[in-house]
Design a protein around this ligand. Structure first.
Ligand code: SF4
Ligand code: SF4
Length: 441
């Protein structure tokens, strides 16, 4: 199968997927307590609807967003609310969280399955909303909002993002390989919700087993008027970012400042599609998460299914601890993830991986001045000039970098990856954007 790709920029970092791509998804036993931050995704923080000492069941809603953009948070265990207080957070440093002590005697909650085909579009959308589903591949945008594009958008294509182009991460790979029928049914549920017929599942060619598994299900799938196909994509980072993915699979270019529906496309991630399947067929809320735990700084690597709210120290204990060589902990992938300074941060809905990187997997050497080689410009998939942004930010003039297109930067890290001077170009772009937004506000 010839792979399609985006054209401008991109890089080929070492994949490191061999550490976990062969490991079946493993369920971690629930921890003694879970920490559920009230800010877990894009939009307003949720407001608690439970109080201290209140008993809750696995899957019960415990915090909601009433009027603003946001998503409901559900308890991931059966137990008692121990506290509502600030706790470490993977991105916000600290944030109010609901802490629930698990009842060790409580059995896991069971869900019954029903045929989603008997449900209307509105009922399906309602189930997605009530299940608190958010985009699991990125910033966690509420999925029920994404599945309600404005009628003027005239969406005609659904893209399922199975690229998983970040090094180390193998979660979506394992889901496509182990549960391909649920992914295909999930795609059809989304098609019905959107009222459209065409879905393309884009998968990088480094996952031939997943491509085969999906195609086998499609060959045997019951005939209907929906068209779902799998398209192999070249292995190139950031093949899975929305604009690059849409271009590779449809040839359509999302305009600057625009959204996928501006070119009649909706993109969903593979893990999100599985969550939509479970919400539509079982009314199961999103409170469990498959994530990759990898790197040479942890004793055992795994593709783990964990309860949302499990703190990293419990994950590390379960996997036998860290190695003496551990130098850096990252949530997400190494290109777009965030460095962690505490093992007390919890897994949130959008955590796709936790990397424990050893000394040979990370470069902590200090950065130098720009040598004007231009490699960052060549590597940027958005055609920006990261070197100029860096120079301006260092001079305290980050607010003047809009002319270099900095607001289009989606922090993919290609520029920093190729920079021979090790300049922190993503942080520079982040600072410039914050400065521009602050002054605009
Ligand atoms: S991080 Fe931003 S500036 Fe750097 S390559 Fe990616 S899009 Fe371009
Ligand atoms: S890659 Fe680094 S050194 Fe080269 S131009 Fe860009 S910022 Fe400067």
């Amino acid at each position: 199968m010839a792979g399609v790709s985006f054209v401008k920029g991109g890089v080929h970092p070492e994949e490191h997927k061999e550490l976990t791509q062969h490991l079946p998804i493993e369920e971690m036993p629930p921890p003694k307590e879970v920490v559920l931050p009230l800010s877990m995704h894009f939009g307003a923080p949720a407001k608690p609807i439970v109080g201290k000492k209140q008993e809750v069941r696995e899957g019960d809603p415990i915090a909601v967003v009433e009027k603003a953009l946001g998503a409901t948070i559900h308890s991931s265990v059966t137990g008692t609310v121990k506290a509502i207080e600030p706790r470490p957070h993977p991105i916000m440093v600290r944030c109010d969280a609901i802490i629930i002590e698990r009842d060790p005697a409580a059995p896991p909650r069971q869900y019954e399955s029903e045929d989603w085909r008997s449900l209307t579009r509105e009922q399906l959308l309602g189930r997605v909303r009530d299940s608190g589903i958010v985009g699991l591949g990125g910033a966690g945008f509420p999925t029920h909002v994404k599945l309600s594009p404005p009628p003027a958008a005239k969406v005609d294509t659904l893209i399922l993002n199975g690229a998983e182009c970040e090094p180390y991460l193998t979660t979506d790979h394992r889901i496509m390989l182990e549960q391909p029928a649920k992914v295909i049914e999930g795609a059809k549920i989304i098609l019905k919700t959107l009222g459209i017929k065409k879905c393309i599942i884009g998968v990088e060619l480094n996952k031939p087993d997943a491509i085969n598994a999906l195609n086998k299900v499609l060959e045997k799938a019951r005939r209907d008027d929906m068209s779902v196909s799998v398209q192999g994509m070249r292995v190139k980072y950031p093949q899975g970012s929305e604009k690059q993915l849409i271009f590779a699979l449809t040839g359509r270019s999302v305009p600057g400042g625009g959204l996928p529906f501006d070119v009649a496309v909706i993109v969903q991630n593979i893990s999100t599609t599985l969550a939509i399947f479970e919400a539509a067929t079982m009314q199961k809320p999103l409170y469990e998460k498959v994530m990759t735990v990898s790197g040479r700084g942890v004793r055992r690597q795994a593709n783990l299914k964990v309860k949302v709210g499990t703190v990293l120290s419990d994950v590390v204990d379960y996997l036998g601890g860290t190695t003496d060589d551990l130098v850096k902990i990252v949530t997400g992938g190494p290109m777009m993830g965030f460095a962690m300074s505490s093992l007390e941060v919890p897994v949130v809905k959008t955590t796709s991986g936790i990397l424990f990187l050893g000394s040979k997997e990370t470069d902590l050497s200090p950065h130098g001045p720009c040598i004007h080689c231009g490699w960052c410009i060549e590597a940027c998939p958005m055609g920006l000039s990261p070197k100029e942004v860096g120079i301006y930010v260092e001079a305290g003039r980050g607010h003047l970098t809009e002319k270099f297109g900095v607001m289009e930067c989606f922090e993919c890290g290609c520029c920093a990856f190729v920079c021979p001077a090790k300049r922190p170009l993503v942080q520079f772009a982040r600072l410039a954007k914050m400065d521009i937004k602050r002054r605009g506000a």
